[in-house]
Design a binder for this molecule. Structure first.
Ligand code: BGC
Length: 568
């Protein structure tokens, strides 16, 4: 899209976020302009046309703030500065300007539950005595047991081990994640005020919205004595908390924060948006998107859904109903930087424990690569046909698999150390993108790459797939272009379907204003299924076959889009 037209389109749609495609850039791994092996903002700016050409509406950038990178930047030492390894604030301004020129909106990540142990507040807390104002910005407590040598409660870190670390004067501080990520005390007014100021800082620079990290974790039940209700192991990210009134997950008080934040984002013209990363139950997720709170919440139920027609139908129905309760539309996510890439999830036998499989270097049990490829393509068409916003994770448009055999000494995810080497963690989905068939780090940058890229990575590159019929990239490009035609009145209807098949119709305003209907059919059974006669085939995730009577057949693990626009 040409610059001027793109900018005009950007201004025109206040509610762009209801039905859009947001492309997640994992900053360390997208593109590296300065050759230090670590992705940076200039690299992103240089490569942003790829996201616009794909047909996305917005980019979400994972944290690029000053950070020791103990957890890929989700450990922020300065919320108003860019980490030198990722660039400068001027680089960020240039990125925003380039995004605008390309017609892309920009969403940044905000990490309010915890900061880095290198944040000046934490240094001040460590240098101050128990009970001081500096310690009250965090959650410091005395230990239990005769000499206070036991943690204050049995709360466990998401990355393994206790959620408490002891400091030299004997007190303990709380961290839901790594010890390098102390949790902030959201009952402290200074913390509340600081984040309001941080939001305004980025809004004033011109961002279009925020992704809220761990949106369900900020408020804790700190009434003494702390409750020992947690117990079990919860090292897997994004799993719903076990129940209500949990001491730190999904507490009702967290919503007060969002009501205040919504006033801030609404005070900008046009209003800016917020999306929650909240691993809560389907029943409680809509609470985060009430009209005076956040605009959207990630839908991890879709991501976790087994490959089965009934399960997908249930997830789709409950997601639509949950969002509709707030007059909203759902979001759809298949992958992100915290989970095994979906191409690989669909390739391993159903029921496989992914952490265990990763420990075998992805060898045991054997993955069915072709099945993973087919299902990933079919899932993309299913997902992109649904009403609402799809969040794409960088590299899924290239069909990247998980790199399951990263050498142990290359692993950077804090989960690996914190679990005593029993969980490899999330590095396998974070391997830097291949842009070119060959060359230094396959076009990621002029130097190496912070995680090793596997041999042959260039075969997945943007260069190798551009213009190649049947490639993942061309499938995504075509799907995103077609999708735009069917945005509009947000109507969704289930259609009669064969056992193991899902079929629905989505209506929109159509390219020239008339009614347009997109019918999506996906075959999740083991047998080919006849497609309805007559309808025009717009796109299929793999080739169709035909029966002996010449009926078009939808093979297993395949999806098709049909045009059901009535002829004038
Ligand atoms: C982010 C993770 C991060 C964690 C702690 C998550 O939900 O997506 O990558 O490790 O929050 O900030």
């Amino acid at each position: 899209m040409a610059g001027a037209t793109a900018a005009a389109t950007l201004a025109a749609h206040r509610d762009w976020w209801r039905e859009s495609v947001v492309y997640q850039v994992y900053v360390p791994s997208f593109a590296d302009a300065d050759g230090d092996g670590m992705g940076d903002l200039r690299g992103i700016t240089d490569r942003l046309a790829h996201v616009a050409d794909l047909g996305a509406d917005a980019v979400w950038l994972t944290p690029f703030y000053r950070s020791p990178l103990a957890d890929g930047g989700y450990d922020v030492a300065d919320y108003r500065q860019v980490d030198p390894r990722h660039g400068t604030l001027d680089d960020f301004r240039a990125l925003l300007a380039r995004a605008r020129e390309l017609g892309l909106r920009t969403i940044v990540d905000i990490v309010p539950n915890h900061c880095s142990e290198r944040h000046p507040w934490f240094a001040e807390a460590l240098a101050s005595p128990p009970g001081s104002a500096a310690r009250d910005r965090f959650i410091f407590r005395d230990g239990t047991g005769p000499d206070g040598a036991q943690p204050p409660a049995d709360w466990q870190s998401k990355f393994g081990g206790p959620a408490w670390t002891r400091v030299p004067d004997g007190q303990w501080y709380m961290h839901i994640f790594a010890a390098e990520q102390p949790d902030l005390n959201w009952e402290n007014p200074e913390v509340v005020a600081e984040f309001e100021a941080v939001l305004r800082f980025w809004l004033d620079l011109g961002v279009d919205g925020f992704r809220i990290d761990v949106a369900h974790g900020m408020r804790k039940d700190l009434v003494p004595p702390l409750r020992n209700t947690y117990g079990g192991d919860s090292a897997s990210l994004n799993s719903p908390p076990s129940g209500e009134n949990h001491p730190f997950w999904d507490r009702d008080e967290v919503h007060e924060i969002y009501r205040c934040w919504r006033k801030i984002t609404d005070s900008y013209a046009p209003p800016r948006i917020m999306v929650a990363e909240a691993g809560v139950s389907a029943a409680r997720l809509p609470l985060y998107t009430r009209p005076d709170e956040l605009h959207q919440a990630f839908n991890f139920f879709h991501l976790r859904c087994p490959w089965d027609a009934g399960s997908f139908r249930d997830v789709i129905d409950s997601s639509l109903a949950g969002a509709a309760a707030n007059g909203a539309l759902p979001t759809w996510v298949l992958s992100n930087h915290d989970v095994v890439r979906h191409r690989t999830r669909y390739a391993v036998p159903e029921g496989t424990s992914l952490p265990g499989w990763l420990l075998t270097g992805g060898r045991e049990p054997a993955a069915d690569e072709d099945r993973g490829r087919r299902r990933a393509r079919a899932a993309a068409l299913l997902t992109l046909a649904l009403p609402g916003t799809t969040y794409l994770y960088q590299g899924e448009e290239l069909g990247l698999p998980e790199v399951a055999d990263l050498p142990e000494d290359a692993l950077r995810d804090p989960m690996w150390e914190r679990t005593g080497h029993t969980r490899k963690g999330r590095d396998g989905c974070r391997v830097p993108l291949p842009w070119t068939r060959t060359g230094s780090s396959y076009g990621f940058g002029p130097g190496g790459s912070w995680l090793p890229q596997p041999e042959g990575w260039g075969a997945y590159s943007v260069e190798a797939q551009t213009g190649t019929p049947g490639s993942f990239l061309e499938l995504y490009r075509t799907a995103l272009t077609l999708r735009r035609r069917y945005l509009g009145d947000e109507t969704f209807t289930w259609l009669p379907s064969a056992p193991g098949e899902l079929a629905f119709r989505k209506a929109g305003a159509g390219p020239s204003g008339g009614a347009a209907g997109l019918e999506c059919r996906i075959n999740l059974s083991a047998e080919p299924i006849p497609l309805p006669e007559g309808a025009e085939l717009l796109l299929s995730s793999d080739d169709l076959t035909s029966s002996h009577t010449n009926t078009r057949l939808l093979p297993p693990d395949t999806a098709a889009w049909l045009n059901t626009t009535p002829h004038p």
